[in-house]
Write a protein that binds this ligand. Structure first.
Ligand code: IVH
Length: 670
């Protein structure tokens, strides 16, 4: 075996991969491919000094460390301005033509699908992939080379004998609809944490520390432009760049079109793309129009963070029609019954939908909804599908009624005073409430028992092994190991995670108890005020009302919770099982900003979490939206609508440097 033969093998497998992942052609049988790959690995093991960076074996490397290196983009990564209608699109190019002093219908337009994934910049030096980075704030992104390399449609070495010195390829990493559905099925079986849409799943996968997991998720990449370029080739049009990228080994979107800018052509092209949307293997959320000639692009330049030669026309939220087959009632952690629509499965917004929330009985009334009706459902981005209206009433429509008894434990169902909600009166004898309480107790924002997810808890509850929160600490290896797909090794890991979670904080423990109206922030205030559990357990309503942000309803709920014998028994059992915390440092706090409401917007150099926590430590509240009540807006780079709103409302605005200076006056050096 010589080095030359090794290089041929690398080349051969690379070509097979390219044919399969980029051109959608299978050149050989799986067995032949596997044999060649094993041969490659064997040679590389014998001759580690030969290993080429572009070898297919180099796609799955070592896991990344817990934080990603920052990468400064040599050329900023821009974003796109949006158009929401044909007239917006038309106006955009009329304006561009005016600036270029030409007739709008002479503008050469190129359209591409707007892929719904995440923007990535790939830097090639002398044809070899050096790194892949996320967009970040446009200027500074994160090094995600370890997961980028797992993407089979990204060449590790450009297919050319004559590569440019530097070549940055910009494009979208995305997950196909099919892979998305598959990984969600698996996630459901494993730990119940589902991705909301393919974009989210792609973003999560790119930031995976372990490239092995990323490789299993089969991400894809399609380029839509270039960044820094140092080479001899001269480009005159965007379409020419796309063709060149194709010869270098990238997959180019076949739904790209060129035409001249007329209102009719824009409309036809948009309609064409909208009609294609459902049948495409990946999610698209609109269409991007670009002026094709680079000279014109250069003349126009960009404003803020968007080019003046390209615009995205987004699709409106997707609506589809289907039939309401049934309504079931789900019992939540606090016993509230929520009606859930069971729909005839329908593909919308990239996923198959067969359930939709109906919120409460008033909503059903408002919609005039009956079982059997044809309904319109709506799914936009991350939003849970929603029944929007009744399109046609069925002849055999059936009224939807709140059951008199809980579907799980048969206890009486009662309407909650003055609310649209109904609650099962079964309390902790209700299986659904027990499972939901355990799921909540173990969840990330509570006791954070990493390995104990929804599916496992539900199975253990069904089998009668788990019948209370405290029973978590009585689980044995055998209880878990005998379940399908678990085994002893997994069971041991799960028990270790349960054990590790016993060390917690007072406020997390309080959150985990699931007292109605007491969330993470509320629990922190309560823990800070009372400092220990005994004081809280014996507090009267008057005292509870002294806690910052605790109002009459919450005080009543807390008091009621600690007045119930079974809750106290549960707490004692948890403490006896070894749940403990160090007394947190709840010294009376210095809160010079108390009463203030802050809003953070734009890209900050400091981690947002740090800024938020610092402001909160100083007594301020941090809110997500600007209103007349806002005290101050901290605006980072590329701030958008919130900044505008603050300016309109005359709210104080400071930048990050001023913020640091302000913190300095409180002796806080960030
Ligand atoms: S061009 C200089 N073309 O949409 C302009 N972007 O909302 C850079 N996107 O950040 C972008 N498909 O992540 C362009 N065909 C396409 C696209 C596309 C998806 C994404 C991209 C960008 C975002 C802007």
């Amino acid at each position: 075996m010589s080095f030359a033969t090794y290089c041929q093998l690398v080349e051969k497998i690379t070509q097979w991969n390219y044919a399969y992942h980029v051109r959608d052609e299978s050149l050989i049988e799986d067995a032949e491919y596997d044999a060649a790959f094993i041969q490659l690995q064997t040679i590389e093991m014998a001759h580690p000094e030969w290993v080429l960076p572009e070898s297919p074996s180099q796609r799955v490397g070592a896991p990344a460390s817990s934080s990603f290196q920052k990468i400064t983009h040599e050329m900023k990564m821009l974003s796109l301005s949006n158009a929401f209608s044909l007239s917006d699109t038309w106006d955009f190019f009329v304006k561009a033509a005016k600036e270029l002093e030409c007739d709008v219908d002479t503008l050469p337009i190129l359209s591409e699908p707007k892929l719904d994934g995440l923007a990535i910049s790939l830097r090639y030096e002398k044809g070899i992939l050096r790194y892949g980075a996320t967009r970040g704030d446009g200027q500074i992104g994160e090094d995600v080379t370890h997961t980028i390399k797992t993407i089979a449609s990204i060449p590790l070495k450009l297919f050319t004998q004559d590569p440019p010195e530097v070549f940055e390829v910009r494009g979208e990493v995305f997950m196909s609809k099919a892979v998305f559905e598959q990984i969600n099925v698996l996630a459901q079986q494993e730990n119940g944490r589902l991705f909301v849409n393919p974009r989210n799943a792609a973003a999560g996968t790119i930031r995976q520390l372990n490239p092995k997991i990323a490789a299993e998720r089969a991400l894809q990449f399609m380029p839509y432009g270039i960044g820094a370029y140092l080479g001899e080739k001269v480009f005159t049009a965007h379409s020419q760049i796309l063709t060149y990228l194709n010869t270098l080994g990238f997959q180019i979107n076949s739904n790209t079109r060129t035409f001249n800018a007329t209102e009719r052509a824009f409309d036809e092209d948009y309609q064409r793309m909208a009609a294609l949307r459902e049948s495409l293997p990946m999610e698209i959320d609109g269409i991007v129009y670009k002026i094709d000639y680079l000279a014109l692009q250069q003349q126009l330049g960009f404003i803020a963070r968007s080019p003046k030669w390209a615009v995205a026309r987004k699709f409106p939220a997707q609506m589809v029609k289907t039939t309401l087959l049934d309504v079931i009632f789900q019992v939540g952690r606090t016993g509230v019954l929520t009606p859930v629509a069971k729909l005839k499965p329908v593909f919308v917004g990239g996923v198959t939908v067969s359930n939709a929330t109906l919120h409460n009985m008033d909503e059903i009334e408002r919609l005039g909804l009956c079982i059997g009706d044809e309904v319109e459902i709506h799914r936009a981005g991350d939003v849970i599908p929603k029944v929007v209206s009744v399109v046609a009433q069925s002849e055999h429509r059936q009224r939807i009624q709140m059951p008199a008894r809980c579907p799980i434990c048969q206890s009486e169902v009662n309407r909650i005073d003055n609310q649209a909600a109904y609650r099962c009166s079964g309390g902790l004898i209700c299986g659904a409430q027990i499972a939901e309480r355990i799921i909540y107790y173990a969840s990330r924002d509570c006791m954070n028992i990493k390995q104990l997810g929804r599916v496992l808890i539900e199975t253990l509850c069904e089998q009668g092994v788990l019948n209370s929160v405290a029973a978590i600490y009585r689980l044995t290896i055998a209880d878990i190991a005998r379940l399908d797909g678990q085994g002893e090794k997994n069971a041991t890991k799960i028990l270790a995670a349960i054990d590790a979670s016993k060390k917690t904080t007072f406020s997390l423990f309080l959150t985990a108890l699931g007292i109605s109206e007491v969330g993470e922030e509320g629990a922190k205030n309560i823990a800070r005020y009372f400092k220990n559990l005994t004081a809280l357990r014996t507090a009267d309503i008057e005292t509870l009302l002294q806690v910052p942000d605790v109002g009459a309803v919450t005080a009543k709920n807390i008091h009621a919770f600690f007045s119930q014998q079974e809750n106290n028994q549960l707490i004692d059992a948890l403490l006896a099982a070894g749940v403990h915390w160090n007394e947190e440092n709840f010294e009376p706090r210095y809160t010079p900003l108390s009463g203030q409401i802050w809003v953070l917007t734009g890209t900050l150099q400091l981690p947002r979490k740090v800024v938020k926590e610092t402001l909160e430590t100083l007594g301020a509240k941090v809110s997500g939206s600007v209103s007349a009540k806002t005290t101050c807006v901290l605006a980072g780079e590329l701030a958008g609508s919130k900044l505008l709103q603050a300016q309109t409302l005359g709210v104080d605005i400071i930048n990050e440097t001023q913020f640091l200076a302000l913190m300095h006056t409180f002796d806080i050096n960030l």
